[in-house]
Design a protein around this ligand. Structure first.
Ligand SMILES: *Cc1c(COP(=O)(O)O)cnc(C)c1O
Length: 473
């Protein structure tokens, strides 16, 4: 045993540093939630940031000096002016359970290493499946992010749908999925990673409201068939990332039934709406899906990465990576649900179930309804504020907490507007007073917010519009 190892595992040091860290985070929480902190973010050019951390390593550090520097230089999601990317503002209890999971490090691949987290996963999946409207044959698991979950769902779809056994023999035929042109880029990436090439991803054009134009599915399908390509699945976006548009899952579902295609719903962001009594109607038809992805680490107050992948026919979740293609699960009770690595892409995995289970056990599923409903309400209120304010324009009427808009005094052409809005955002982010993002819609640049913090209110949104008008000056 070396002295250094002794030091690294010293429980007295751990206790002191831990108490100090929790105190610091509690102060951060209180100050940021109530806008007492001036800046949401301290912007520094990337090279300068790199230089800082290189120099930091050359000096003697304590846990306290390190954690303070990390806190000061990170984006503060708990600040009410955080309105940027779709990442959850974690509920503190979920963050504490993530710390506990990091210390225990039970890798969850096999039962003994997941004797707490595997049953928790099963319970969380059952709760989520029930909210989707699946019956008790549904099963699934938690995995590391929507990107990996979408890839895994498409691998499962290929297993069930492809005419040949790709897992065993490699790909002999041409396969494709159909998806809206507004879908998250990870669907495109998954298809190309599976080796289907550009022809494997058939992008269906969107309507004016950025939902998939489902009237074009039939023609796109026939065109692929004529080229000898087997379409195996349609992916519905619920909702899309840039504008928060929900595809018509009922229309896509009946198309899938007609041609016996797999319906996958990418609900990474907006699948959480199943928990909202007020807004669940946005995702009507989701119970028709063969597989559904929902990120807990977006709308559901959970630290990243925590994603559910749920199959309507739970048996399919066991077959994706099975070595023998014809391995059939005859009796439900034979399924070793507790040996999770058999079904997940990951081998070792964080005890991610603990984070969600903590929220369910302390607050109940109502917390998820409160979070989604509060944030979607806020998006709609913000849109009304934008419409009422001269000099501002909405890209599209939002139905969620994602709002795209721009400064437009009616005097500039598109090219000038694009530059103007891009500059406004740059100045705003560099000032540290607000964090918002931007997106390209039909070739134009729009400001974009995802209202992720339930403590953001009209006062902050009004201050944002003031700041934008001011940054334009
Ligand atoms: C965020 C998002 C993803 C990617 O999920 P990660 O958890 O970031 O990997 C995929 N699809 C949609 C619709 C998303 O909003």
């Amino acid at each position: 045993m070396t002295e250094l190892l002794q030091q690294a595992f010293d429980s007295t040091n751990f206790r002191a540093a831990g108490h100090q860290l929790v105190d610091q985070l509690a102060d951060y929480l209180a100050a940021n939630l109530h806008s007492q902190q001036e800046q949401v973010y301290q912007w520094v050019p990337p090279e300068e940031q790199l230089d800082y951390w290189q120099r930091f390593l050359q000096q003697p550090a304590t846990a306290d000096s390190l954690f303070s520097a990390v806190l000061n230089r990170s984006m503060h999601l708990h600040h009410t002016h955080y309105m940027g990317h779709q990442v959850a503002v974690p509920a503190p209890a979920a963050a504490l359970s993530a710390l506990m999971g990091a210390m225990l490090n039970n890798g969850t691949a096999v039962y003994e290493m997941g004797s707490v987290s595997a049953p928790m996963e099963k319970i969380i999946i059952a709760e989520t499946a029930k909210a989707i409207g699946f019956d008790r044959t549904a099963e699934g698991y938690l995995t590391s992010g929507g990107t990996l979950a979408n890839l895994t769902a498409l691998l499962a779809a290929r297993r069930q749908q492809a005419a040949d056994d790709v897992w065993e023999n490699g790909q002999q035929t041409r396969l494709a999925v159909m998806v809206s042109e507004e879908a998250h880029y990870c669907v495109d990436r998954a298809v190309r990673a599976m080796g289907w090439g550009a022809e494997g991803i058939i992008k269906v054009p969107a309507n004016a409201d950025y939902t998939m134009d489902t009237s074009l599915l039939e023609a796109a399908y026939e065109k692929a068939r004529a080229k000898g390509i087997q379409v195996i699945a349609v992916v519905g976006s619920a909702c899309s990332t840039s504008t928060g548009a929900y595809d018509d899952l009922e229309a896509i579902g009946s198309f899938c039934r007609k041609y016996k295609l797999w319906l996958h719903v990418d609900g990474a962001h907006g699948g959480a709406v199943i928990f909202s009594a007020k807004y669940a109607h946005l995702i009507r038809g989701i119970h028709e899906a063969d597989s559904v992805v929902i990120d807990y680490h977006k709308m559901l107050l959970t630290p990243a990465l925590t994603t559910a992948l749920i199959f309507k026919n739970g048996g399919y979740s066991y077959e994706t990576f099975a070595q023998k293609a014809q391995y059939l699960w005859e009796k439900g009770e034979d399924r070793d649900w507790y040996n999770l690595a058999r079904r997940t892409f990951e081998c070792t995995k964080h005890m991610m179930a603990l984070r969600v289970y903590t929220l369910l056990s302390l607050y109940g599923v109502q917390l998820f309804d409160d979070a989604v409903t509060t944030l979607y309400d806020l998006g709609i209120r913000f849109a009304a504020m934008i419409s009422a304010r001269p000099g501002f324009e909405l890209a599209v009427q939002p139905r969620t907490n994602i709002v795209c808009f721009r400064f437009n005094n009616g005097q500039d052409d598109e090219a000038v507007l694009n530059i103007r809005n891009s500059n406004i955002r740059k100045r705003l982010v560099e000032s540290g007073h607000f964090y918002i993002v931007q997106t390209q819609l039909k070739g134009s640049t729009w400001l974009r917010v995802s209202l992720m913090n339930p403590f953001t209110g009209e006062k902050e949104l009004s201050a944002l519009l003031d700041a934008i008008a001011e940054k334009n000056a």
